[in-house]
Design a protein around this ligand. Structure first.
Ligand SMILES: [Cu+2]
Length: 506
């Protein structure tokens, strides 16, 4: 009787553990928001929908735990544990009473092995069928994409064959060669032929896969050299959190850039004289302001004291706390230190810009007229079958430009320009026919780069060259030609004195 209690306790213990596990999984994952069919049959492969996925609005009547599927799973799991536990116990008691073994555990195990194999392999086949659209790629939108896809498919095919064969053998042997009375296991420690066979075959297969991969990689990475014809260069600029594209204007040349030129109005830091002069003026003004603030630190402190007293009168504790913090900063000197540091940074920036402007050779090669008519856009339009090179630049941290439909991805690293060349060969209109009217190509950020990383995407349109040209005409050049201020120094200055005459520093 004592042992019956023990058994009951054991079963109850396992049931509780199971219950807690299922409950905690249920609490942490809201299964109700995840619908498998949203990722499969009706949806386009890598379509916009998958990446714009929004969970359906929560139904207040239906909390996560009331989901029918999960309750069914929970109850089923508990029952299964109870049934197995009871079966084993009952047979044990019968064996005790009758003195005969009723259940042959070897028999149970071998059948469980077989069932596990069938269920497991069936689940794998189900996965291939249901999520196969995400695995078996065959609809890339770029020339090199087809190569990439076929490589993926071949690798998947080979690994699948090996997977099915080894899993079948593993479980079939367990089933087929289970314990039988009077049968002795064969002691089989080594077989040279077998060793050679299963070393050489995988080596050859893997070598072929790796070499093919290397060839494909080379053709993708060095594509710019291998294509003959006009290469359309587009700059793709990443920042937290967004993208900007830059096209060459009528001159067909992308202007130079420098991070030192980046300002509120010159987000990409283009080497455009008037804008850079404006930045210098702004920096000088800010320095003057900072210097003034340092001089007035005592006045600032007095005014903060007044603010504090005013807040104290009305017992505005939030305001009091924030003013107190500012008072502390001024008193401790960190307010002035911060201003000094800011002056130092700005002075350094001015020095660096002046270094470029005052060196005739650097000036001439930096400030060409090319940047003037560059077009900065919020979309990328590409001509179908044209050779495109994306030149990537980052303003702040590492991003990664990912164009899944074109099977392209490239890190975007601050201070290290990267590029990627490819030929889009499926227009947006053709893709819409294939994937549905709502389909759009996108360039995503594929490096988790901060709180709004998920929002970093840029629409890509593939159309005819004529349509691209028409679209470009509707886009504004980065800088409207300034009529009052004469365009400066588009040519190399004759001598250094010339340079200083033309550029006015404040
Ligand atoms: Cu990013």
């Amino acid at each position: 009787m004592n042992s019956t209690y023990k058994q009951c306790f054991k079963i109850a213990f396992f049931a509780v553990i199971l219950l807690v596990t299922v409950f905690s999984i249920n609490q942490s994952v809201d299964f109700s928001g995840l619908k498998i069919d949203q990722l499969t049959a009706e949806k386009p492969l890598f379509g916009a929908d998958e990446y714009q996925y929004e969970a359906p609005p929560a139904n207040p009547d239906e909390n996560a735990l009331s989901s029918k599927v999960n309750w069914a799973l929970l109850i089923f799991s508990i029952l299964l544990v109870l049934v197995i536990a009871n079966t084993l116990d009952i047979s044990k008691y019968i064996a005790k009473i009758t003195g005969k073994e009723t259940t042959d555990q070897n028999q149970v195990n071998r059948w469980i092995m077989l069932i596990f194999m069938i269920v497991g392999l069936a689940a794998v086949i189900w996965e291939y069928r249901v999520h196969g659209k995400l695995i078996l790629l065959n609809n890339s939108a770029s020339v090199h994409g087809a190569d990439y896809d076929s490589m993926f498919s071949i690798t998947l095919l080979l690994t699948s064959i090996v997977f099915f064969a080894t899993q079948f053998l593993l479980f079939w042997f367990a089933f087929s060669y289970s314990y039988k009375d009077g049968k002795k296991a064969l002691y089989y420690s080594h077989n040279n032929k077998l060793e050679v066979f299963w070393t050489i075959i995988p080596s050859i297969v893997l070598t072929i896969l790796v070499l093919r991969g290397h060839q494909t990689w080379k053709s993708v990475v060095y594509a710019e050299e291998s294509y003959t014809g006009k290469i359309h260069k587009i700059e793709v600029f990443a920042y937290q959190f967004g993208w900007k594209a830059r096209y060459a204007g009528d001159d067909g040349i992308l202007g130079n850039t420098d991070y030192k030129f980046i300002s509120g109005k010159n987000e990409l830091g283009l080497a455009y004289g008037p804008e850079v002069d404006l930045l210098l003026t702004e920096l000088q003004e800010k320095i003057a302001q900072d210097e003034q603030n340092i001089k007035n630190a005592d006045m600032t402190l007095a005014s903060l004291m007044n603010d504090y007293n005013a807040a104290n009168d009305v017992k505005d504790y939030v305001a009091m706390e924030s003013v107190q913090k500012q008072i502390d900063d001024v008193k401790s000197g960190s307010y002035v230190d911060e201003l000094k540091a800011s002056i130092k940074r700005k002075t350094k920036q001015i020095e660096r810009i002046k270094a470029i402007k005052e060196n005739p050779a650097i000036f001439a090669s930096t400030f060409t007229s090319a940047a003037e008519d560059d077009i900065i856009t919020q979309e990328i339009h590409l001509a179908k079958d044209s050779i495109v090179t994306f030149n990537f630049r980052s303003k702040d941290i590492i991003h990664s430009a990912w164009l899944p439909h074109f099977r392209a991805q490239m890190n975007v690293v601050p201070g290290m320009p990267t590029k990627f060349t490819f030929v889009p060969n499926k227009s947006t209109a053709e893709a819409k026919k294939e994937f549905g009217e709502e389909f759009e190509y996108y360039l995503y950020c594929n490096k988790i780069c901060g709180s709004s990383h998920y929002n970093m995407k840029l629409k890509v349109v593939v159309e005819s060259q004529k349509e691209v040209n028409e679209w470009l005409k509707t886009q504004q050049p980065a800088f409207k030609k300034q009529e009052v201020v004469p365009a400066i120094n588009t040519e190399a200055p004759a001598n250094p004195t010339d340079t200083t005459q033309k550029i006015v520093f404040n």
